[in-house]
Design a binder for this molecule. Structure first.
Ligand code: UDP
Length: 243
Protein backbone atom coordinates (compact mmCIF):
# COMPACT_ATOMS: atom_id res chain seq x y z
CA UNK A 1 0.00 0.00 0.00
CA UNK A 2 2.79 2.37 0.97
CA UNK A 3 4.87 1.74 -2.13
CA UNK A 4 2.30 1.02 -4.86
CA UNK A 5 -1.02 2.67 -4.03
CA UNK A 6 0.67 5.84 -2.86
CA UNK A 7 2.73 5.99 -6.07
CA UNK A 8 -0.49 5.78 -8.13
CA UNK A 9 -2.00 8.55 -5.98
CA UNK A 10 1.08 10.74 -6.41
CA UNK A 11 1.02 10.29 -10.19
CA UNK A 12 -2.68 11.22 -10.25
CA UNK A 13 -2.09 14.22 -7.98
CA UNK A 14 0.79 15.35 -10.22
CA UNK A 15 -1.51 15.37 -13.27
CA UNK A 16 -4.31 17.16 -11.40
CA UNK A 17 -1.96 19.84 -10.07
CA UNK A 18 0.18 20.23 -13.16
CA UNK A 19 3.35 19.04 -11.45
CA UNK A 20 5.75 17.70 -14.03
CA UNK A 21 8.92 16.44 -12.39
CA UNK A 22 9.27 13.30 -10.31
CA UNK A 23 12.37 11.95 -8.57
CA UNK A 24 11.55 8.42 -7.56
CA UNK A 25 13.26 6.63 -4.66
CA UNK A 26 14.14 3.26 -6.13
CA UNK A 27 16.50 0.72 -4.68
CA UNK A 28 19.41 -1.52 -5.61
CA UNK A 29 17.18 -4.41 -4.50
CA UNK A 30 15.71 -4.23 -8.02
CA UNK A 31 18.89 -5.91 -9.31
CA UNK A 32 18.42 -9.04 -7.20
CA UNK A 33 21.73 -10.92 -6.92
CA UNK A 34 23.43 -9.85 -10.18
CA UNK A 35 25.69 -12.19 -12.18
CA UNK A 36 28.51 -9.67 -12.32
CA UNK A 37 29.69 -6.67 -10.32
CA UNK A 38 29.60 -3.73 -10.17
CA UNK A 39 26.03 -3.25 -11.34
CA UNK A 40 25.32 -0.76 -14.10
CA UNK A 41 21.94 0.79 -14.79
CA UNK A 42 21.86 -1.47 -17.86
CA UNK A 43 22.46 -4.64 -15.80
CA UNK A 44 19.43 -6.89 -16.37
CA UNK A 45 17.11 -7.04 -13.37
CA UNK A 46 16.87 -10.39 -11.61
CA UNK A 47 14.09 -11.52 -9.32
CA UNK A 48 13.97 -8.99 -6.46
CA UNK A 49 15.35 -10.08 -3.07
CA UNK A 50 12.10 -9.39 -1.29
CA UNK A 51 8.46 -8.28 -1.74
CA UNK A 52 9.74 -4.77 -0.94
CA UNK A 53 12.27 -5.01 -3.81
CA UNK A 54 9.53 -6.33 -6.06
CA UNK A 55 7.38 -3.24 -5.35
CA UNK A 56 10.34 -1.09 -6.44
CA UNK A 57 10.63 -3.01 -9.74
CA UNK A 58 6.87 -2.64 -10.27
CA UNK A 59 7.00 1.07 -9.37
CA UNK A 60 9.75 1.76 -11.91
CA UNK A 61 7.66 -0.04 -14.55
CA UNK A 62 4.53 1.95 -13.62
CA UNK A 63 6.39 5.25 -13.99
CA UNK A 64 7.85 4.23 -17.35
CA UNK A 65 4.43 3.07 -18.58
CA UNK A 66 2.82 6.25 -17.34
CA UNK A 67 5.30 8.27 -19.39
CA UNK A 68 5.03 5.99 -22.47
CA UNK A 69 1.27 6.32 -22.37
CA UNK A 70 1.72 10.03 -23.05
CA UNK A 71 1.17 11.57 -19.60
CA UNK A 72 2.88 14.94 -19.26
CA UNK A 73 5.51 14.13 -16.71
CA UNK A 74 9.27 13.52 -16.64
CA UNK A 75 10.97 11.33 -14.09
CA UNK A 76 14.26 10.12 -12.71
CA UNK A 77 14.54 6.91 -10.71
CA UNK A 78 17.42 6.95 -8.24
CA UNK A 79 18.46 3.44 -7.32
CA UNK A 80 19.65 3.89 -3.75
CA UNK A 81 22.27 1.46 -2.55
CA UNK A 82 22.44 1.23 1.29
CA UNK A 83 21.70 4.66 2.80
CA UNK A 84 23.17 5.02 6.30
CA UNK A 85 24.61 7.67 8.61
CA UNK A 86 23.14 10.87 9.97
CA UNK A 87 23.33 14.60 9.47
CA UNK A 88 26.65 16.01 10.66
CA UNK A 89 24.91 18.15 13.27
CA UNK A 90 23.92 14.95 15.08
CA UNK A 91 20.35 16.27 15.14
CA UNK A 92 18.79 14.35 12.27
CA UNK A 93 19.13 10.58 12.17
CA UNK A 94 17.46 7.25 11.85
CA UNK A 95 14.92 6.12 14.44
CA UNK A 96 13.21 2.96 13.25
CA UNK A 97 10.00 1.83 14.92
CA UNK A 98 10.58 -1.15 17.24
CA UNK A 99 13.52 -3.45 16.63
CA UNK A 100 15.62 -2.24 13.70
CA UNK A 101 15.84 -4.51 10.67
CA UNK A 102 18.79 -2.70 9.15
CA UNK A 103 22.42 -3.05 10.07
CA UNK A 104 23.37 0.52 11.00
CA UNK A 105 20.55 1.34 13.44
CA UNK A 106 20.89 -2.11 15.04
CA UNK A 107 24.61 -1.49 15.43
CA UNK A 108 24.23 1.99 16.93
CA UNK A 109 21.46 0.83 19.27
CA UNK A 110 23.79 -1.97 20.42
CA UNK A 111 26.54 0.59 21.02
CA UNK A 112 24.31 2.68 23.31
CA UNK A 113 23.19 -0.44 25.18
CA UNK A 114 19.64 -0.62 23.88
CA UNK A 115 20.35 -4.02 22.29
CA UNK A 116 22.44 -6.69 23.95
CA UNK A 117 24.36 -7.62 20.83
CA UNK A 118 24.39 -7.30 17.09
CA UNK A 119 23.66 -10.48 15.14
CA UNK A 120 25.75 -10.81 12.01
CA UNK A 121 23.68 -12.72 9.47
CA UNK A 122 26.03 -15.29 7.94
CA UNK A 123 29.80 -15.59 7.58
CA UNK A 124 29.83 -18.28 4.93
CA UNK A 125 29.30 -16.05 1.89
CA UNK A 126 31.75 -16.02 -0.99
CA UNK A 127 33.38 -12.76 0.17
CA UNK A 128 36.85 -12.07 1.67
CA UNK A 129 35.67 -12.32 5.32
CA UNK A 130 32.56 -14.42 4.64
CA UNK A 131 30.05 -11.70 5.55
CA UNK A 132 27.76 -10.05 3.01
CA UNK A 133 28.88 -6.98 1.06
CA UNK A 134 26.90 -3.80 0.40
CA UNK A 135 27.59 -0.36 -1.03
CA UNK A 136 26.83 2.02 1.87
CA UNK A 137 26.01 5.61 1.01
CA UNK A 138 25.83 8.56 3.42
CA UNK A 139 22.31 10.00 3.67
CA UNK A 140 23.62 13.54 3.08
CA UNK A 141 25.24 12.43 -0.19
CA UNK A 142 21.95 10.77 -1.08
CA UNK A 143 20.06 13.98 -0.29
CA UNK A 144 22.40 15.90 -2.60
CA UNK A 145 21.73 13.39 -5.39
CA UNK A 146 18.07 14.47 -5.27
CA UNK A 147 19.00 18.12 -5.65
CA UNK A 148 21.26 17.29 -8.59
CA UNK A 149 18.52 15.13 -10.13
CA UNK A 150 15.95 17.92 -9.78
CA UNK A 151 18.29 20.45 -11.38
CA UNK A 152 19.00 18.03 -14.21
CA UNK A 153 15.36 17.13 -14.83
CA UNK A 154 14.48 20.83 -15.07
CA UNK A 155 16.63 21.07 -18.19
CA UNK A 156 14.70 18.26 -19.90
CA UNK A 157 11.51 18.23 -21.86
CA UNK A 158 8.39 16.23 -21.13
CA UNK A 159 8.44 12.40 -21.23
CA UNK A 160 12.10 12.22 -20.22
CA UNK A 161 12.89 9.19 -18.06
CA UNK A 162 16.21 7.91 -16.80
CA UNK A 163 17.70 5.78 -14.03
CA UNK A 164 20.80 6.40 -11.90
CA UNK A 165 22.67 4.26 -9.41
CA UNK A 166 23.36 6.18 -6.19
CA UNK A 167 26.21 4.44 -4.41
CA UNK A 168 29.92 5.02 -3.82
CA UNK A 169 31.06 2.12 -5.99
CA UNK A 170 32.82 0.50 -3.01
CA UNK A 171 31.54 -2.62 -1.28
CA UNK A 172 32.01 -3.20 2.45
CA UNK A 173 31.27 -6.33 4.45
CA UNK A 174 29.23 -6.43 7.66
CA UNK A 175 32.50 -6.92 9.59
CA UNK A 176 34.04 -3.88 7.84
CA UNK A 177 31.12 -1.79 9.12
CA UNK A 178 31.58 -3.10 12.67
CA UNK A 179 35.35 -2.38 12.50
CA UNK A 180 34.69 1.13 11.28
CA UNK A 181 32.24 1.78 14.14
CA UNK A 182 34.70 0.32 16.65
CA UNK A 183 37.12 3.20 15.90
CA UNK A 184 34.73 5.65 17.56
CA UNK A 185 33.94 3.87 20.79
CA UNK A 186 36.06 2.57 23.66
CA UNK A 187 34.05 -0.49 24.66
CA UNK A 188 34.13 -3.56 22.45
CA UNK A 189 31.11 -3.92 20.20
CA UNK A 190 29.24 -7.07 21.19
CA UNK A 191 28.33 -9.14 18.16
CA UNK A 192 27.62 -12.75 17.32
CA UNK A 193 27.72 -14.55 14.00
CA UNK A 194 24.44 -16.32 13.32
CA UNK A 195 22.87 -17.94 10.24
CA UNK A 196 22.08 -16.12 7.00
CA UNK A 197 18.93 -14.03 6.81
CA UNK A 198 16.40 -15.34 4.32
CA UNK A 199 16.34 -13.34 1.08
CA UNK A 200 19.69 -11.55 1.61
CA UNK A 201 21.91 -11.09 -1.42
CA UNK A 202 25.55 -12.08 -1.03
CA UNK A 203 27.19 -8.99 -2.46
CA UNK A 204 26.32 -5.93 -4.44
CA UNK A 205 27.93 -2.62 -5.23
CA UNK A 206 27.24 0.06 -7.79
CA UNK A 207 28.97 1.52 -10.75
CA UNK A 208 28.06 5.18 -10.03
CA UNK A 209 29.78 6.54 -13.19
CA UNK A 210 26.52 7.57 -14.84
CA UNK A 211 25.40 9.70 -11.86
CA UNK A 212 28.94 11.14 -11.67
CA UNK A 213 29.16 12.16 -15.30
CA UNK A 214 25.54 12.95 -16.18
CA UNK A 215 24.23 14.46 -12.92
CA UNK A 216 27.67 15.71 -11.84
CA UNK A 217 26.97 14.01 -8.49
CA UNK A 218 29.93 12.77 -6.44
CA UNK A 219 29.65 11.33 -2.93
CA UNK A 220 31.83 13.14 -0.37
CA UNK A 221 31.59 10.82 2.58
CA UNK A 222 33.46 7.60 3.37
CA UNK A 223 32.38 4.60 5.45
CA UNK A 224 34.02 6.03 8.60
CA UNK A 225 31.99 9.26 8.20
CA UNK A 226 28.84 7.17 7.92
CA UNK A 227 29.44 5.12 11.05
CA UNK A 228 30.75 8.09 13.05
CA UNK A 229 27.76 10.30 12.21
CA UNK A 230 25.30 7.47 12.93
CA UNK A 231 26.89 6.83 16.35
CA UNK A 232 26.98 10.55 17.13
CA UNK A 233 23.27 10.85 16.33
CA UNK A 234 22.31 7.79 18.39
CA UNK A 235 24.26 9.00 21.43
CA UNK A 236 22.91 12.52 21.08
CA UNK A 237 19.34 11.29 20.73
CA UNK A 238 19.50 8.90 23.68
CA UNK A 239 21.07 11.56 25.94
CA UNK A 240 18.33 14.05 25.17
CA UNK A 241 15.34 11.79 24.90
CA UNK A 242 12.94 11.08 27.74
CA UNK A 243 12.72 7.40 26.75
N1 UDP B 1 22.73 -7.39 8.72
C1 UDP B 1 23.23 -8.08 9.82
N2 UDP B 1 22.62 -7.89 11.04
C2 UDP B 1 21.54 -7.10 11.20
C3 UDP B 1 21.04 -6.39 10.08
C4 UDP B 1 21.66 -6.58 8.85
O1 UDP B 1 24.21 -8.83 9.71
O2 UDP B 1 21.02 -6.99 12.33
C5 UDP B 1 23.40 -7.56 7.41
C6 UDP B 1 22.47 -8.05 6.32
O3 UDP B 1 22.44 -9.46 6.31
C7 UDP B 1 23.11 -7.44 5.07
C8 UDP B 1 23.75 -6.15 5.57
O4 UDP B 1 23.86 -6.29 7.00
O5 UDP B 1 24.14 -8.27 4.60
C9 UDP B 1 22.90 -4.91 5.26
O6 UDP B 1 21.58 -5.19 5.69
P1 UDP B 1 20.46 -4.08 5.76
O7 UDP B 1 19.23 -4.73 6.32
O8 UDP B 1 20.99 -2.88 6.48
O9 UDP B 1 20.22 -3.64 4.25
P2 UDP B 1 19.81 -4.54 2.96
O10 UDP B 1 21.05 -4.64 2.15
O11 UDP B 1 19.31 -5.85 3.45
O12 UDP B 1 18.76 -3.72 2.32
Amino acid sequence: DNNLNSLMKILEAMSENNIQSLVFSSSCTVYGQPDSLPVYESTPLKKAWSPYGNTKQISEAIIQDYISSGKSIKAIALRYFNPVGAHNSGLIGELPKGTPNNLMPYLTQTIVGLREKLYVFGNDYDTPDGTAIRDYIHVSDLANAHIDALKFIDRHSMHYYDIFNIGTGIGYSVLDVIKSAQKYIDTKINYEIVGRRLGDAEKIWACPDKANSVLNWYPKYKLDDMTQSAIRWEINYRNHSVL
